[in-house]
Structures are given as C-alpha cells and as structure tokens.
Design a binder for this molecule. Structure first.
Ligand code: FE2
Length: 183
C-alpha cells in the first residue's frame, strides 16, 4: 500500500482506484516480477509509442507542401500525433513502466511496416499516409479488443484511453482518402 502511494501520488485518481482494486504493485512491474500479461501490455504499448513517433514524423514537415489544405490538415495531424504520444506516455507512467522507443531514429514507419514513402508527389504521400493511418486504426482496434476481452477494470480503463487514438487514426485516414478522391 505504501508503494502505491509513492508511485501514484498526484496521478489520475480513477486509475489509482482501479489498480488498487487489482492489487498490483507498480514497482513490481519495473522489477520485472509481475505476471506475463503486464509485460505483454508494456511491450505492446512500447510498440505503439514507437509507431506514434513515426506518425509524428509524417506530419511535422507540413510547411513543405504547396497545397494549403494539406498544410493545414498536416499541421493539425502533427498536433494530434503529439497528443497520441503523450497519452501513451501517460499510461506508461501510471503503470509504473519504463518506455524506450524500439527504433530510436531514422525511418520508423519504413522499418516497422516495410513501407517506402515516395515523396515525389502529393498523391503518393496521401496514398501512403492513408494506408498507414488505416493500419494504425486496425492495430488499435485489435489492441482495444484484447484489453476489453481481458475483463479487468484496469485494462478496460486503458482500452477507453487508447480508443481515442484509435478513433482519431480513423478520422485522419478518412480525411486522407477524401483528399485523394476529391483533391
Ligand atoms: Fe497516432
């Protein structure tokens, strides 16, 4: 109990309650003595965090585009990706886990998804990014489904938190598809 108070001081109260209910010591996660599910959860979150960094890389050069609509959309998408990263980091902090991106730099998306982004024209960029956001949505859907199936209040709570990222990946995918079709 003392351990929970130290680790969760000042963090999200609901989360604290849920984790307490499950009798999980967050410090034990760091010491690697927790059950396999928690390890898997942290591993999965780390992969998601790495991908989110890749998504941020897609949009951060929004100023380079001639098309004003693309510039505006990508600027906002960049902000959304920053929010996604912060949300995942927040979950990590509340779990007492330590995050480290799987790939530190370079072409994260290319390395993880085996994709080469062709920046020769806007159409190719839109097509590739649309594919990537759709993949992100699919990935989140599977992750959320897994967490919900688990039937644990803590995991259901995490599912609700990441579901927002899932929804926004879908929105970005739909915008990119619309832009591809209608210019
Ligand atoms: Fe994202």
């Amino acid at each position: 109990m003392l351990c929970l108070q130290i680790c969760y001081d000042g963090d999200i109260p609901d989360f604290k309650k849920l984790t307490k209910a499950r009798q999980v010591c967050p410090c034990s996660l760091q010491k690697g003595v927790n059950d396999i599910d928690d390890k898997k959860l942290l591993k999965e979150l780390n992969k998601i965090l790495t991908l989110e960094h890749g998504h941020l890389g897609m949009y951060k050069n929004y100023q380079d585009y001639q098309d004003k609509e693309i510039r505006r959309a990508f600027r906002r998408f960049m902000e959304i990706e920053i929010e996604h990263i912060n949300k995942i980091k927040n979950i990590f902090r509340n779990l007492g886990g330590i995050y480290s991106p799987l790939i530190e730099s370079g072409d994260i998306i290319g390395n993880l998804l085996g994709i080469t982004v062709n920046f020769i024209n806007d159409q190719e960029v839109l097509k590739t990014y649309s594919f990537i956001e759709n993949k992100a949505h699919e990935g989140y859907m599977n992750f959320v489904a897994k967490l919900e199936k688990d039937n644990e209040p803590r995991n259901n709570f995490i599912a609700e938190m990441v579901a927002a990222n899932m929804f926004e990946a879908k929105l970005m995918h739909l915008w990119l598809e619309d832009k591809l079709r209608n210019g």
